[in-house]
Ligand binder design. Structure first.
Ligand SMILES: Cc1ncc(COP(=O)(O)O)c(C=O)c1O
Length: 469
């Protein structure tokens, strides 16, 4: 079924789309970037020219010219009488600019595999015959693996029993399961901003109304403001990344963890702590997990960043009663986590200190290399140097990063522009640049970015009134 957008809805998605380029060009560029980074889906029918011109308060000629430009480049197909439908050239998502054609794809903040990965797979293959009497997939997780995961929390100062762990097919799957279990129609979900884009996707698909709590490089989390919002709007759930937040790299101070967990407990709100990035320490040192501050915290974890995204092993840590509810909901989504990957994960967790040390080395190298390159290429841009995580959250001053990422894409490099990390078009002047790549890739990336910025330098971004940071 195709989806149609009204003029008002498209206007909301477009946010502050104007640049110093001619209006039709700025409008078509904005629609194109939203399509390329997934904020507008292929197959969506755009509003009629007259309707959109009214919603945007521009002339119909401007909209007609923008649609024509999109059509000329293969991003729009128009059939008389059935409207204009967005499409990716070549008929599939990102077809002519797919990662295959891209020389550099920085859209993922995820590293190459841990060097011991192949050995872990080989060792798991040796162990497999002993498990073949097992049906090969299950809902809760392999007891050995749940024990290792529980042990890793105990190591971090949070006593945990294997019964509090459910193994999932990555953290994104865990978030979907949890949302499907906890969310009821009409509920509100509090989300920190900026945040992990696919969490926003999950909540949007559930139909949730999202409230945002800002996280800023300067001031971190504003717990007093969040507490007010929680009291006033009674969200049923909040989603946050307390350790090495994606994309800012910030960690929540211990006092803020305690205050937030207390507010959540008092107001009956479930705090979902996504710890996918929690083990990506470069030079911060240990911090007690958020779940240590209150019983109402449910934690998501993953080996995706630490070991390898291709492993697809994550988990939920929470009270058994909640996991039992997730278990009842789970068959509508999947029938369990594959056994073989769980064996590999078990072996990897047995060498967790090695894994963590290897990641730290690699992330430090990438962070310092990228920071150095950017400092000389863009002296006017600013970013806090994070003490962990995998990306820099860059304030470009007044550049439209949607325009910048389009210009970079034309040179074979993909980046995710700032607005993908927020609601309602916020963060247009921000850019996330992941540093979990080789020095050669980062150097080439900054070279392309310099050219792209020079070309879009004439397209400064008008600061929107609702800019959060
Ligand atoms: C904060 C956050 N949560 C969840 C995920 C998804 O993790 P997984 O690959 O385990 O599904 C990611 C991956 O980018 C992430 O950055």
């Amino acid at each position: 079924m195709t989806q149609s957008f009204s003029g008002r809805r498209l206007a909301r998605e477009l946010g502050d789309w104007r640049t110093s380029a001619p209006a039709y060009r700025a409008l078509s560029d904005r629609i194109r970037v939203l399509l390329l980074d997934g904020r507008l889906g292929s197959g969506i029918t755009l509003p009629a020219e007259r309707e959109l011109s009214q919603s945007l308060a521009v002339s119909r000629t401007t909209v007609a010219a923008a649609y024509a430009a999109l059509r000329d480049h293969g991003y729009l197909s128009s059939v008389r009488g059935s409207g204009s439908t967005l499409a990716l050239p070549g008929g599939r998502r990102g077809a002519h600019t797919s990662p295959i054609d891209l020389r550099l794809d920085f859209t993922k903040a995820t590293c190459a595999a841990y060097p011991g990965m192949a050995a872990a797979y080989r060792q798991a293959a040796d162990l497999l015959p002993g498990y073949l009497h097992h049906h090969g997939f299950d809902m809760d997780g392999l007891p050995e693996l749940r024990e290792e995961i529980a042990g890793s929390y105990a190591q971090r100062g949070l006593p945990t029993s294997p019964a509090q762990i459910m193994v999932t097919i990555g953290a994104q799957h865990a978030l979907n399961l949890l949302t499907g279990t906890l969310y009821s129609a009409g509920d509100r979900i509090l989300v920190e901003q900026p945040t992990y884009p696919h969490a926003l996707d999950t909540f949007a698909v559930a139909g949730a109304r999202m409230l945002s709590a800002p996280v800023t490089s300067e001031h971190g989390w504003n717990i007093a403001e969040a507490a007010q919002l929680i009291r006033r709007s009674a969200p049923s759930m909040a989603f946050l990344m307390p350790d090495f937040q994606n994309p800012t790299g910030l960690s929540m101070p211990a006092a803020d963890r305690a205050r937030l967990a207390a507010v959540a407990a008092r107001e009956g709100m479930v705090l979902v702590a996504d710890e996918t990035t929690a083990m990506l320490d470069i030079d911060r040192g240990p911090e007690l997990p958020l779940a240590a501050y209150g019983p109402g915290v449910v934690t998501l974890g993953s080996l995706g960043k630490l070991a390898w995204g291709g492993l697809r092993i994550g988990w939920i840590r929470g009270p058994r009663e909640l996991l039992d509810r997730v278990r009842r909901h789970r068959p509508s989504t999947d029938l369990g986590t594959p056994l073989f990957e769980q064996l590999v994960a078990t072996l990897l967790l047995r060498e967790l200190p090695l894994l963590a040390a290897s990641r730290t080395r690699d992330l430090r190298r990438g962070r310092d290399h990228l920071s150095g390159l950017l400092a000389s290429a863009f002296p006017e841009w600013t970013w806090p140097v994070p003490d962990g995580g995998m990306s820099l959250w860059i304030n470009t001053g007044n550049l439209s990063t949607s325009a910048l990422s389009l210009a970079a894409r034309a040179e074979g490099m993909a980046l995710v522009p700032g607005p993908r990390f927020g609601l309602d078009g916020a963060f247009e002047r921000f850019l996330r640049f992941p540093f979990c790549y080789s020095n050669e890739e980062l150097t080439e990336g900054v070279r392309i970015l310099s050219g792209a910025a020079a070309r879009t330098g004439g397209i400064p971004f008008r600061l929107p009134l609702q800019a959060v940071i």
